[in-house]
Design a protein around this ligand. Structure first.
Ligand SMILES: Nc1ncnc2c1ncn2[C@@H]1O[C@H](COP(=O)(O)OP(=O)(O)OP(=O)(O)O)[C@@H](O)[C@H]1O
Ligand SMILES: [Mg+2]
Length: 109
């Protein structure tokens, strides 16, 4: 659900022809998934607010949405004890990352 929502946002807030990448890497006992776009980006003061319930970017009021997508994504990730965050530069694009714990190997593996 979280990956689907991040891709949905990447498509919604980027020009139709621009590339969207999905990457995965391993951290210490966790996997980090990122969705990267080359869209409008998010201004610094808004970056901390976009994960709040019902918060929508001021320039995006003309696009349909409820402002709940990232709030739900954050609740899902926090329920696993992990975090979701964004790195973005206005005019260049955004990278949304989230981590998930790697399940310990069971002893009979
Ligand atoms: N990839 C992105 N690039 C630029 N801005 C983004 C991106 N993803 C989210 N945002 C900004 O964060 C705001 C909140 O995103 P969120 O997904 O929570 O809500 P939404 O997309 O507006 O509505 P919905 O509830 O339908 O997902 C958006 O309104 C937009 O301003
Ligand atoms: Mg959304």
């Amino acid at each position: 659900m979280v990956i689907a929502h991040l891709i949905d946002n990447a498509l919604k807030y980027s020009p139709p022809v621009s590339a969207i990448s999905v990457r995965a890497r391993t951290g210490e006992n966790k996997v980090i998934i990122s969705v990267i776009d080359q869209g409008a980006g998010i201004m610094e003061p808004e970056q901390s607010r976009i994960f709040e319930k019902f918060y929508r970017g001021s320039k995006d009021q003309n696009l349909k949405g409820t402002g709940m997508g990232l709030a739900i994504a954050r609740e899902i990730i926090r329920a696993h004890g992990e975090e979701i965050w964004v790195t973005s530069k206005a005019g260049e694009g955004s990278e949304f990352c989230f981590s998930l714990p790697i399940a310990p190997r069971s002893s009979n593996e």
